[in-house]
Design a protein around this ligand. Sequence first.
Ligand code: MN
Length: 254
Amino acid sequence: MRFLLTNDDGIDAPGLALLARVAGRLGEVFVVAPDGERSAVSRGLSLYQPLRLHERRPGWFACDGTPADAIYVALHHLQLAPDLVLSGINPGPNLGHDIHYSGTVAAALEAAWHGVPALALSHDSRDTAFFATMDQRLETLLRALLALPLTSALALNVNLPSAARGPWRGVRLTTVGSRRYSTEVIQRADPRGRPYLWLGGAQVTMADVPGSDCNALADGQVSVTPLGDDLCLHDRLADLQAALGDAASTSMQD
Ligand code: MN
């Protein structure tokens, strides 16, 4: 099995090192990852600036673009032809609405879009000290997930309970829940006296949605959500079509 690893935290991040160590026991590992922090860049592609690729050591490439750039370059320039993409392990969960902002999840979706099944992995704690202790349980989990029918166009969003809370209580297939951050915009002055803004609040609220990723993690279970690209609200097509009425069949031209 040939794995392509990436993340949104940069090629030197401890979560990627852990993932590479464990995946290396299950198959061949290649890494193409951003050269630094790219969290919350979503699925951006660098279409209007050059990309630089540096082979740090054999099979490990740092790219100065986004996680989606890294996947694109790995598949279509380096021609690595992986069987599976692994993205992470992100320090901090990617639950509910996080999936729309996360670079970790975006890399998995980008891989799936290009026909390579992918896992995005996130840990429910920003404290990376626990990563050193998660080796064995992560291998057990990966072996279980690799046994699933991982067809192309499938991205699994995997959230790991914090290892600080003890053993993981099994694996649950989940839906996308609801997680909201407080919406502060903090204004401060830079050292030259000019104002700058800092987005995003620290307060997080999770709705109690049975079957959701948030609930699985709250119960100490590994959450696995199958993701695809379809953002269409299929259940709104009929009523919007009806409300559109005559306009739907009206010929329009300038
Ligand atoms: Mn990150």
